[in-house]
Write a protein that binds this ligand. Sequence first.
Ligand code: KG4
Ligand code: ZN
Length: 354
Amino acid sequence: MEKSFDEEMNEKIGNLRNQKSVKILAIESSCDETSVAVVENGRKVLSNVISSQIEIHTRFGGVVPEIASRNHILAINPILEEALKKAKCTLDDIDAIAVTQGAGLVGALLVGVTSAKALSYATQKPLIAVNHIKGHIAANFIAHENLKPPFICLITSGGHTAIVKVVDYNSFKMLGTTQDDAIGEAFDKVARIVGLGYPGGPKIDKMAKGKKGTIEFVKHDAFENSFDVSYSGLKTAVINYVHQKQQNGEELDIPNICASFEREAVEMLTKKAIKAALQENLKTIVLAGGVAANSYLRESLSQLGKDNGIEILFPPIELCGDNAAMIGSLAYYNLLSEEPAKLNMTAKPSIPLE
Ligand code: KG4
Ligand code: ZN
């Protein structure tokens, strides 16, 4: 009897596990970046093409989901060709197709997921579904060749904030998370309130650089005795402060507001990440996600690490934001331990980490 597509793919994945060099073509389209990469053995990036829609969304003050989906459709095929060309590969040289399944904007995710399924079926190569947030963690496997689990990861992105114990490449224990807004979301909202526009994170970073914020927004940590955090309280405190100043006709000291907000947003997490590493007896903390590009976060966590004998690692700036190389990296470790995704796999706007 003829083998089914799933049986064929299972067999192929089994063979790949014994292959010396495995090249994965990875696709990422969860938000406003369309990206395609070719990654070898989870660590070596042969190409990583990223097309950002930031300019398109800036005029709306944030990402408009429908516009993001339409632009992914326009970008995906040319970027795929460019990624193969840069990697000096053809589809014949690729062993498996990986794609971000979630979390993200459903319409945006669907563009990547549909393309990956079509490629998998047309080329008869296994399909690997990747969790976007786990992918952010894997950016560190590309940047630090000797990094191996277990370690603590501080996830700081536009949609997620968490302190996680990375037990193995595909095993995670959530130690704490945000109870409301994500840290990146808070940066973006505060930037909008003070008139810096979208995307707020890099703009606040620049505005706050070298400044010592003197304003105290949040006086009490509602989650003092846990690894959880809240960004809604900090955001509201900044909004109230700005409104009050405006009502009194006082001028806003924007660099001071940015530096004070940034300090509180970052310190809330860094102290807890150190505490988590000490509690779990782990000597390494890695940073992951878009906000990992923040210079104050990188500097202050590095200092805290030094003070406590803990190694602090982070990806280079170009691997902090959304990119397909990190998806291709994690896909390799998925391939080693999991079955391939089926062709009826679909996009998931939210997806658990554990
Ligand atoms: O990980 P990411 O690219 O997308 C999600 O998966 O959410 O993160 C995007 C977030 C945005 O909120 C953006 O403002 C923030 O990362 N970000 C920064 C910096 N660069 C990007 N936040 C603070 N400082 C930065 N330098
Ligand atoms: Zn992301």
